[in-house]
Design a protein around this ligand. Structure first.
Ligand code: SAH
Ligand code: SF4
Length: 353
């Protein structure tokens, strides 16, 4: 067995739950506050080795180094777009890869995380959907993306969105566990107000998130106003059609002063007419929400069309005239295929097809 294989058998203290970390510390005869210190070093302070944990006695750091490890998913590749958006190809321990995207704005730095390798939902307009589901990410792999990317930016990550590869509510346990860890004040300490989970409309998952929390912001990819159109775009609509989805959103226990984000991908000539906009306004009546309009981002082999700019603006105007807040989400990082729905995580290796 080589050194790498040997070290892989040591427990990874970045992956274990806080409970297991405490039990591990106890097993070494350490008091519980040591577990808290270690978790804080890894999650809040970005330590990637025990040597960095300078408030632990040297002998303890050495002892930990011999008995445990801290796995930080390596970044195999990074692409940067002219608008400052950066895309990272992150490698998991089994060699599979996922993408995470860092999006800078004047007053915020948003990290877009993946929750699955591929996605089983297979929306017609999404490149990730073409991969099918390869596997779910463990909660440590979801938060591991924050640890890997954070080390590569001098700015503080202010916002987290679960909007990368995958459908978070089809990986409910692990996504919820990751959210709990991201909002844990003993660790990453993000405010739940600065985290958004985006779903294609998995109704039982929305209901469960409402019951169990944590109370992060909810974004829902509605994308169409009739079941006929939505069935073709998002196959799970046949199981949970628009009526059921909107009923679940109306029943969702929204914290005070928060709104649900309705995402609407505009496909040229398919769901972008004045009639669609009016139907959308009628459907959303009484729902505390805002609407993000996302012009379709094309990718090689996609059969949909980019909507005309005038159409997009007219669609927005109809919504604002009905007193909805509607924003056109300018695509970020298109040049590096980092925009919504363009993530695909197969590293191009020479010789591979
Ligand atoms: N699975 C979740 C989150 C990941 S997709 C969901 O579907 O909500 C994140 C967002 O990208 C969704 O709103 C989705 O509708 C949108 N999207 C997917 N493919 C796109 C494309 N090619 N162009 C524009 N937006 C796209
Ligand atoms: Fe999956 Fe979301 Fe892409 Fe649909 S849009 S295939 S749910 S990642």
């Amino acid at each position: 067995m080589n050194k790498r294989e040997l070290s892989q058998q040591l427990p990874d203290l970045a992956s274990v739950s806080f409970q297991d970390l405490t039990a591990f510390a106890e097993g070494l005869g350490l008091p519980p506050y040591r577990a808290r210190q270690i978790r804080r070093w890894i999650d809040a302070r970005g330590a990637t080795s025990f040597e960095e944990m300078t408030d632990l006695p040297k002998a303890l750091r050495e002892g930990l180094g011999a008995r445990a490890r801290i796995f930080t998913p390596p970044v195999l590749r990074e692409d940067a777009a002219p608008d400052g958006t950066r895309k990272f190809l992150v490698q998991l321990e089994d060699g599979l890869t996922i993408e995470s995207v860092l999006i800078p704005d004047k007053d915020r730095l948003t990290l877009c995380l993946s929750t699955q390798v591929g996605c089983p939902v297979n929306c017609s307009f999404c490149l990730t959907g073409r991969m099918g589901l390869v596997r779910n990410l463990a909660s440590a792999e979801i938060v591991g993306q924050v640890r890997s990317v954070r080390a590569r930016t001098p700015r503080r990550i202010s916002n987290i969105v679960l909007m990368g590869m995958g459908e978070p509510l089809l990986n409910f346990e692990n996504a919820a566990d990751a959210l709990r860890r991201l909002t844990d004040p003993r660790g990453f300490g993000f405010s739940s107000r600065r985290i958004t989970l985006s779903t294609a409309g998995i109704v039982p998952g929305i209901e469960r998130l409402g019951r169990e929390g944590p109370p992060v912001n909810l974004a829902v990819s509605l994308n169409a106003t009739t079941d006929g159109i939505r069935d073709r775009m998002i196959p799970i609509n046949r199981k949970w059609p628009i009526g059921r989805l909107l009923a679940a959103l109306r029943a969702y226990p929204l914290p005070p002063r928060r709104r649900i984000t309705i995402e609407y991908v505009l496909l040229g000539g398919e769901n972008d007419t004045d009639e669609d906009a009016r139907r959308l306004a009628a459907l959303l009546k009484g729902l505390r929400c805002k609407v993000n309009l996302i012009p379709f981002n094309p990718f090689p082999g996609s059969s949909h069309r980019i909507p005309d700019r005038k159409r997009v603006e007219r669609f927005q105007r109809i919504l604002t005239e009905s007193r909805y807040s509607a924003f056109i989400r300018e695509s970020r990082g298109k040049e590096i295929r980092a925009a919504c729905g363009q993530l695909w995580a197969e590293e191009k290796k020479s010789g591979a097809s």
